[in-house]
Write a protein that binds this ligand. Structure first.
Ligand SMILES: Cc1ncc(COP(=O)(O)O)c(C=O)c1O
Length: 436
């Protein structure tokens, strides 16, 4: 989905444009996603703006420290203006470039693969496991060549790729690991939070629909000082000292040195101020998402659906996305289900349109649906329900009632879920160019 457009539209519908206050009326449409912003975030932004420090400064520095210590010991955090930026800085810091191949699951947002392109390296798309929709290590094994240098796994929906399997796979092939944890904050994987790992870098997103937000933003976390240092330099034009440093250090503030052609990826302080409050509220916000997921699990059981893969341990799912699948005997197609939900005023989304079905990736990498049997098949059934921590009980109940109604068979629409090669299914079908 074009994530940016989705959230902007949804958010605008949930605020009264005259008063700027959030609309709490449960009779209005239920957006697919909504940031959970309280007076505490609003006050923190106001304080930050009043302080006069609008770019990266004391709030960003404090946010980095607090975020790193929230995750574990011995970690460094580098705040950036998106997860895409963080992923880019990670692959750049690893020195990946032309001739290098990086394994990326096809079941992801385009950022995960595009950053590999930014450094001139080659993403190699890999199919996913049918349950979790996380990277399938058997398929990844088949994709290994002598050029493979790294793996970029995604913790889809907030369910972690098992860390033991990941590190075993990476070490047996001598690969660097950059974890795309855009969906995975905060979540436990084999007893430790995602982010507290031996991977080269773990990158989180604070985009407006994520489990915690700064509007736009992200964080690169690493325990390798050389990666943190390179990322800090490259996030701000390749300058050896950052702006905050320049204006607070005792050295003359006009002096700086450009050591590389860097980027403009720094996180402004008002955004970091929101992030610091969201971080403090993150356990409660995750608990709220978990309660919603549990209600969906219980109250949607028995419908012609496959419910999402469940956590393997307590706290083992961030529930950024509740991605369920329509069963073969569902009375409506996924696309019709989405329409019916919209008619009842409930926003839904699709995570993801697999990368191999997008024209750019399909055509430049010459991909065929047959090479990704799991993702190609699941795509046609998958649909995400609203799940956000500010959801009211009445909204949750209305979503559940709407799913029941949308799946009640109607005589005109009695047919099972369409196959991925049905040309009417969507513009992202597996057609003659990529059916394979
Ligand atoms: C799996 C995944 N990775 C990366 C991103 C990019 O995040 P950001 O918008 O913070 O750049 C997204 C965004 O939705 C995502 O879903």
């Amino acid at each position: 989905m074009p994530a940016t457009a989705d959230a902007t539209q949804d958010a605008s519908r949930t605020f009264d444009t005259r008063t700027g206050k959030r609309v709490k009326d449960d009779q209005s449409s239920i957006p697919f996603a909504l940031p959970d912003i309280t007076e505490a975030e609003i006050e923190a932004v106001s304080d930050s703006v009043r302080s006069g420090w609008l770019t990266t400064g004391p709030n960003s520095a404090a946010f980095e420290k607090e975020f790193a210590s929230f995750l574990g010991d011995g970690l460094e955090a580098v705040a950036v203006n998106s997860a895409t930026a963080g992923l880019h800085l990670a692959v750049e810091a690893l020195g990946l470039g032309p001739d290098d191949e990086v394994l990326v699951p096809t079941w992801t947002f385009t950022s995960t693969a595009e950053v590999v392109r930014y450094v001139g390296a080659n993403p190699v798309l890999v199919d996913v496991e049918p349950g979790s929709l996380n990277i399938d290590f058997a398929a990844a094994e088949r994709a290994i060549t002598e050029r493979t240098r790294a793996i970029l796994p995604v913790h889809f929906a907030g369910l972690p790729v098992p860390r033991g399997d990941l590190s075993k796979f990476a070490s047996s092939h001598g690969l660097e690991v950059v974890e795309d944890a855009a969906h995975a904050f905060p979540v436990i994987s084999e007893g430790r939070l995602v982010g507290d790992s031996e991977s080269a870098a773990v990158v989180f997103s604070f985009y407006a629909t994520k489990t915690m937000t700064t509007g736009e933003g992200g964080m690169l976390v690493t325990r390798r000082p050389e990666i943190a240092e390179r990322a800090r330099t490259m996030r701000l034009h390749g300058i050896s000292r950052d702006v905050f440093d320049r204006y607070t250090s005792t050295k003359p503030n006009w002096h700086y040195e450009v050591v590389a052609p860097g980027y403009k990826y720094n996180l402004p302080d008002p955004a970091a101020a929101i992030g610091r409050v969201q971080l403090r509220r993150s356990k409660d916000m995750t608990a709220a998402r978990q309660r919603i997921a549990e209600r969906y699990n219980t109250e949607l059981a028995g419908l012609p659906l496959q419910l999402p893969a469940q956590p393997r341990e307590p706290g083992g799912h961030a529930w950024h996305v509740y991605a369920m699948r329509l069963a073969d005997d569902a009375p409506v197609s996924r696309d019709r289900f989405v329409e019916r939900m919209a008619e009842m005023g409930v926003g839904t989304s699709v995570h993801f349109i697999p990368l191999h079905m997008h024209p750019y990736w399909r055509d430049t990498l010459q991909l065929k649906c047959a090479d990704f049997p799991v993702a190609s098949e699941v795509f046609n059934r998958v649909v995400s329900l609203p799940i956000f921590s500010a959801m009211t009980d009445r909204q949750i109940e209305r979503v559940i009632r709407s799913v029941h109604k949308a799946l009640a068979s109607s005589p005109q629409e009695q047919r099972s879920t369409r196959r991925p090669d049905d040309p009417e299914v969507s513009t992202f079908s597996c057609d003659e160019r990529n059916r394979g």
